[in-house]
Design a protein around this ligand. Structure first.
Ligand SMILES: [Zn+2]
Length: 387
């Protein structure tokens, strides 16, 4: 499954219809919440009954209204997750006018005309859309989203058979393995020695976002000024999200195309994020998004438990403890002196290959992980010379 996000450019008239459609969905959503139906079946049965009384609901695509039950179920699940994490999540709330921003067309009720850049939606019409990437696979679902009250997007989900077929036919080439360390200084550092710095534009945008957030929290909740500040916050937030997504798509595609096997570390930032500010939680979200993208784009992606990857010497295995401020790994055992993130990525690769040795059946291999481990020792020796 891949989701593409395209900007929509509805006419003024279409925008009125879109807003009106979201209102209808919100009406259904709140009806489901009020009556606290348990299953999606119950909800959709209730919807049929509701339509008998409120015949204006017939003006909307019926499958789309049914998908509201999926949204209710999703919101409930999110609450449950929060509760599991120990938050006092409370009950599912009614949605206010600007809180219901998505309607979903599943399987039917839409049609995309890519050459002409239009998206047809049942009962809404033909909307201008900017299709900036080609769509691969069969379209399963289109979610229409309103952002910051005035921007519209279509999130198009396709199944993605092509990649799967490719990975069955071709054996995995373990020489094309890479370990990637993600961090704050360098967004990614890979075991071939390539560093991708954190994009400046994100850091630059974070400041206005923090400022907007502070402004909002100082105002009286629900007041006119609060809503103004909130709108501004949403706009900045969306701008960051778009640039970040762009950056992550490029980076993950690069790795998925270049390598057959990609190792990443499971993130260890629970405690980091909880007592941290906005900036950190955004980094966290972006690392998870990166992983998800790598996962669906790459042939093999494995997540490893983070055990001493920054501490261990990638060449001799000696423990070299270092604080976050120390940027270089210097081993007095074997003399290796390389960037700390590079050292970590080499450890990730090594651990990953050791794990895979156990898990991938011989017939699916072109080269065995052990052969590669030998090769990577040579690489490290070369790397040392550079430093
Ligand atoms: Zn060493």
């Amino acid at each position: 499954m891949i989701t593409y996000k395209f900007r929509l450019y509805p006419s003024q008239k279409q925008e009125i219809v879109l807003n009106d459609t979201l209102e209808a969905c919100r009406y259904v959503y709140n009806h489901m919440v009020r009556n606290d139906y348990e299953t999606r079946n119950d909800m959709n049965y209730a919807l049929t009954e509701l339509k008998e009384q409120k015949s204006w609901l017939y003006d909307y695509n019926s499958k789309m209204l049914q998908m509201v039950s999926t949204q209710v179920a999703g919101a409930r699940k999110a609450l449950k997750e929060l509760r599991k994490k120990g938050y006092d999540a409370g009950k599912l709330k009614f949605r206010k006018r600007d809180e219901h921003n998505t309607c979903i067309f599943n399987q039917s009720g839409f049609d995309i005309d890519a050459p002409n850049n239009t998206l047809y939606l049942d009962r809404i019409g033909r909307i201008k859309v900017r299709i900036h990437r080609s769509i691969v696979g069969t379209i399963k679902q289109i979610a229409v989203k309103r952002r910051a009250g005035r921007r519209w997007y279509a999130c198009i989900t396709t199944d993605n058979n092509r990649r799967m077929i490719g990975s069955i036919l071709k054996p995995i080439d373990f020489r094309k393995s890479v370990g990637i360390d993600v961090g704050i200084k360098n967004y990614a550092y890979d075991s071939d020695g390539n560093a991708t710095p954190n994009p400046e534009n994100l850091r630059k945008l974070l400041k206005p976002l923090v400022r907007a957030n502070r402004k909002m929290s100082r105002r009286v909740y629900g007041s006119k000024n609060y809503n103004k500040a909130r709108r501004w916050y949403q706009i900045v937030h969306e701008r960051i999200a778009n640039r970040r997504r762009d950056f992550l798509h490029k980076l993950s595609t690069h790795y998925a195309n270049k390598y057959d096997v990609i190792f990443l570390e499971r993130l260890r930032l629970n405690n980091m994020v909880k007592n941290h500010h906005l900036a950190m939680s955004i980094m966290d979200a972006s690392w998870s998004a990166f992983k998800q993208m790598v996962q669906y784009k790459a042939r093999v992606m494995m997540q490893l438990e983070p055990v001493n990857t920054t501490m261990d010497c990638s060449r001799c295995g000696k423990k070299v403890p270092k604080s976050l401020a120390v940027r270089m790994h210097r081993c007095d055992g074997c003399g290796l002196a390389i960037d700390r993130d590079y050292n970590a990525s080499l450890n990730i690769l090594k651990k990953g290959l050791q794990l895979l040795e156990l898990e991938v059946p011989m017939e699916h291999r072109e080269f065995t992980p052990v052969e590669i481990l030998m090769g990577s020792r040579k690489q490290e020796a070369n790397a040392l010379r550079h430093w």
